[in-house]
Design a protein around this ligand. Structure first.
Ligand code: NAP
Ligand code: ZN
Length: 360
């Protein structure tokens, strides 16, 4: 038995906001734009958005202080700053961080007695402002998932399931300005979503179809996208959206849970942190789901690990201590991602995977 639910209305193409964005008029007359500190002012996306809102007569407030891997504190302070204003909808503009932030604040500005911690209690999430997502990285797929990943006060990255964005506007021009290393890291995030979704215990026929297509697009385009090829970057934006539709159904797996520690404690970007670990987690599944592992390797030219080496993912070594690994294993074993991951995972097995992927 399976279900496939993907309610977000997705618009794609150069100039898509100006051409299709008038639809936002139906969401109300007061918008909150949440974005990062710099990039949306440089890649043309914020100008396109404010031009559109001015043209259709929607007033807006800009909150441009979203951190990377947004913390509970970042969200709480934004709510305190904004709660005296009234909004009809929230627009998340940027990478996964602003889009995830938009989902969190859309709940907290509607249901004002809730705290960030309450976002993790499904029973408390009953009302929210509609969310619109405009990605400017090609990686997270957050524009088509209901997830918001925030960093709690103990430094753990924790995902909650909130709402799907109502609309997503994907304009490839916004990802043309990404530097090569960010294109690599975010592209590998999309790759991890496609692969993890395909290996997940929760994979379904439609999610498999999307995974396979996303993996093929990524295999053909990631390297060229890193080198700056615009057509390849456009294709990566499509692949990241398809892969987002996958994880919205399947969730992510152990590779994500293991990578979170590298992001928070070692400052490694989310996609890179996950991708470094992924082939070694996949290797452990050969006994459980050999055909699926084989399919992934075949799509990536014979070996996923070799492909990731070729695109430069392992060029910079990640150095960790055995004490750090010891500490991370306990959190990883408690992560709900394990439920989606085929195989039995003991502390020794997790330590071994970290040891294979990193320099200890
Ligand atoms: P990000 O954290 O949103 O942004 C990373 C950096 O990229 C920031 O410095 C940002 O600058 C910059 N940037 C964004 N767009 C750019 C562009 N077009 N050109 C140049 N620089 C640009 O990165 P992300 O990888 O997209 O998102 C990662 C977050 O998403 C993590 O918190 C991760 O856990 C989460 N995530 C969520 C989901 C989901 O389903 N919801 C899935 C996977 C990952 P500014 O700060 O100046 O904007
Ligand atoms: Zn991810």
């Amino acid at each position: 038995m399976w279900e496939f639910y993907m309610p977000t209305d997705v618009f794609f193409g150069e100039g898509v906001l100006s051409e299709k964005g008038a639809i936002l008029d139906a969401l109300g007359k007061r918008a909150l734009i949440v974005t990062g500190r710099r990039s949306s002012k440089m890649n043309g996306s914020l100008d396109d958005l404010t031009d559109l809102l001015n043209r259709i007569g929607v007033q807006y407030t800009i909150f441009d202080n979203v951190e990377e891997n947004p913390s509970f504190d970042n969200v709480t302070k934004a709510v305190e700053f904004l709660e005296s204003e009234t909004f009809d909808f929230v627009i998340g503009l940027g990478g996964g961080s602003p889009m995830d932030f938009a989902k969190a604040i859309a709940v907290l500005l509607k249901d004002k007695h809730l705290t960030v911690e309450d976002l993790y209690n499904k029973e408390k999430i009953n009302y929210w402002l509609p969310v619109v997502a405009i990605p400017t990285t090609a990686g997270t797929g957050s524009e088509v998932t209901p997830y918001s990943i925030l960093t709690d006060p103990s430094g753990n990255k924790r995902g909650c399931r909130l709402m799907f964005p109502v609309y997503a506007f994907l304009d490839p021009r916004y990802v043309y300005s990404m530097p090569g290393p960010l294109t690599l890291s975010t592209g590998v995030d999309a790759l991890s979503h496609a692969v993890e979704g395909f290996l997940s215990k929760r994979a379904t026929p439609p999610s498999d179809a999307l995974s396979i297509e996303a993996m093929k697009i990524i295999y053909r385009n990631l390297k060229k996208a890193i080198e700056g090829d615009r057509n390849a970057r456009e294709k990566m934006l499509i692949a990241s959206c398809l892969a987002g539709m996958v994880i919205a159904q399947t969730g992510t797996t152990l590779a994500h849970a293991m990578g979170y520690h590298l992001t928070i404690e070692k400052g490694i970007k989310h996609g890179r942190a996950t991708g470094i670990i992924l082939p070694f987690v996949m290797e452990t599944m050969k006994g459980e789901i050999p055909d699926r592992v084989d399919t992934v390797n075949k799509i990536f030219g014979g070996s996923l690990l070799k492909f990731l080496r070729e695109v430069g993912l392992y060029e910079e070594k990640v150095i960790v201590t055995s004490d750090e690994i010891e500490r991370w294993v306990n959190t990883v074993l408690k992560a709900k991602h394990i439920l989606n991951t085929p195989g039995i995972f003991t502390p020794e097995k997790i330590k071994r995977i970290y040891g294979e992927a990193l320099e200890v």
